[in-house]
Write a protein that binds this ligand. Structure first.
Ligand SMILES: *[C@@H]1O[C@H](CO)[C@@H](O)[C@H](O)[C@H]1NC(C)=O
Ligand SMILES: *[C@@H]1O[C@H](CO)[C@@H](O)[C@H](O)[C@H]1NC(C)=O
Ligand SMILES: *[C@@H]1O[C@H](CO)[C@@H](O)[C@H](O)[C@H]1NC(C)=O
Ligand SMILES: *[C@@H]1O[C@H](CO)[C@@H](O)[C@H](O)[C@H]1NC(C)=O
Ligand SMILES: *[C@@H]1O[C@H](CO)[C@@H](O)[C@H](O)[C@H]1NC(C)=O
Ligand SMILES: *[C@@H]1O[C@H](CO)[C@@H](O)[C@H](O)[C@H]1NC(C)=O
Length: 393
């Protein structure tokens, strides 16, 4: 009786999955979404110069001040969510001081920068540390690298953030995703008044998950879920084993200090990490583009552009390329379908923007779309919205 009940339930679930596998939110590839306007466009984002000649603790002061209200709001919400799992207020306070302590163990200049942000807006250091860690855990994304017929490389990403963080039934939105949109900024990192690299990111966050180093490379990072995940690395860090890199600190380090595609590729391949990740890297020359699938210790796969064999684009969502994506989260095939339809001779940043505007590549978690072009050192970012009906992720 019980067993047959289980079988019946499993069958029903399998049937439901099969129905859902034909994504009810999928649609034809979008056209003419660029320049951005209409209901899928939520606005432009402001640009800030981050002066690397300043001491790390002072670099983010202006930005932190300007975004103080929004940032404090997000921190309050994260704390409330944490509190709903926590037994007592004393536990929260203990946790906060634990996170403050983790902040002090972070490598230079990140430790100093995080401290600078916390003191600029007068919040506990632990809160900013939690924010920086949460970002790495709850980000799901789509990244695309493509080369046009003349050998020019394009790179773009949707930033999808806030998975599982508070579904708002009434508004059909993720409440955290909504709160994060106003925090998006474009950043121009300068030394001696000259651009070193550009990025777009959430204010309050000091690692980088996308960026362009003009004339050299473009880089994005996507979350990779794995059993041997970030929690183990985080525990090891707390226990004192600190030889792995935080992923977005590595990408920030390379955008700031690496001087070639080859050098960045080598370091993304071989540096020990705190958690698994996908790195999507493209250079300034034809054929320079790859997706590096990382475990904490090694590169499991390096997937290169290969024009001779017709591989003129690469797509990464949050799944290994040799595995099927999770049946309820297939953004990869829709993106590939639209790239195939566009064809290499018609690829361009506007064409990629159209693809990243197509549901379910565009979904309820999508905070922004960023377009990167290496030879001009170009970056543009737009806030996004996915009008109902739209996939929740
Ligand atoms: C839900 O939408 C209403 C009306 O647009 C708005 O006033 C409210 O703030 C939204 N709630 C959240 C949590 O975003
Ligand atoms: C950068 O420019 C500002 C104003 O344009 C100038 O005051 C400053 O000395 C310059 N800094 C460097 C390092 O060249
Ligand atoms: C990047 O590529 C463009 C176009 O091929 C070229 O003009 C430029 O010199 C390259 N930049 C660097 C730094 O190699
Ligand atoms: C880049 O290199 C400089 C000089 O060695 C160093 O001071 C800086 O902290 C490095 N940047 C990052 C993000 O690690
Ligand atoms: C896109 O084209 C490639 C190469 O022809 C093919 O292998 C792939 O199955 C196509 N994908 C989709 C989703 O159409
Ligand atoms: C692709 O480009 C060709 C020639 O520039 C143009 O005729 C065609 O309409 C374009 N196709 C799409 C789907 O934009």
């Amino acid at each position: 009786m019980r067993a047959s009940g289980v079988v019946a339930a499993a069958t029903a679930l399998a049937a439901a999955l099969a129905v859902l596998a034909k994504d009810p939110f999928a649609e034809e590839c979008r056209r003419q979404e660029y320049p951005p306007s209409g209901p899928r466009f939520k606005g432009k984002i402001p640009t800030y110069i981050i002066n690397l000649d300043l001491p790390p603790s002072e670099r983010w002061t202006q930005l932190a001040h300007d975004k103080q209200t929004e940032l404090t709001g997000v921190l309050q919400t994260l704390k409330k969510m944490l509190a709903s799992f926590a037994p007592t207020e004393k536990f929260i306070a203990a946790l906060e001081s634990k996170f403050a302590w983790i902040g002090s163990t972070l490598p230079y200049p990140f430790n100093e920068e995080i401290k600078g942000i916390a003191s600029a807006i007068n919040v506990p250091l632990g809160d900013i540390v939690v924010f920086n860690i949460f970002y790495e855990i709850f980000t799901v994304c789509t990244s695309i690298v493509a080369e046009d017929s003349s050998g020019k490389l394009y790179h773009a990403r949707n930033l999808d953030f806030g998975l599982f963080l508070g579904w708002d039934v009434k508004n059909s939105t993720w409440s955290t995703t909504e709160l994060l949109r106003p925090l998006m900024v474009s950043l121009d990192f300068q030394r001696n008044n000259k651009t070193v690299f550009k990025s777009s990111n959430l204010a309050g966050y000091v690692g980088m998950i996308s960026g362009v180093k003009p004339g050299i490379f473009t880089l994005t990072m996507n979350e990779r879920f794995s059993v041997d995940g970030g929690y183990i690395g985080l525990f090891e860090w707390i226990l004192g084993q600190r030889d792995g890199w935080w992923m977005s600190f590595l990408t920030r380090n390379l955008l700031e200090n690496s001087t070639s595609y080859e050098d960045a590729k080598e370091k993304l391949t071989n540096t020990k990490l705190l958690a698994p990740a996908y790195f999507i890297l493209a250079g300034n020359k034809s054929g320079e583009g790859c997706i590096i699938t990382r475990s904490r210790t090694t590169a499991l796969d390096i997937w290169n552009l290969d024009l001779k064999r017709g591989i003129w684009y690469l797509v990464e969502t949050n799944y290994d390329r040799w595995k099927d994506p999770f049946v309820l989260d297939n953004r990869r095939d829709p993106a590939m379908k639209c790239l195939n339809q566009t064809k290499q001779e018609n690829i361009s940043l506007p064409a990629i923007f159209n693809i990243l505007s197509t549901k379910p590549v565009l979904n309820k978690l999508t905070v922004s779309t960023t377009l990167l072009e290496v030879s001009e050192g170009h970056i543009e970012s737009y806030l996004r919205d996915c009008p109902t009906p739209c996939s929740p992720w």
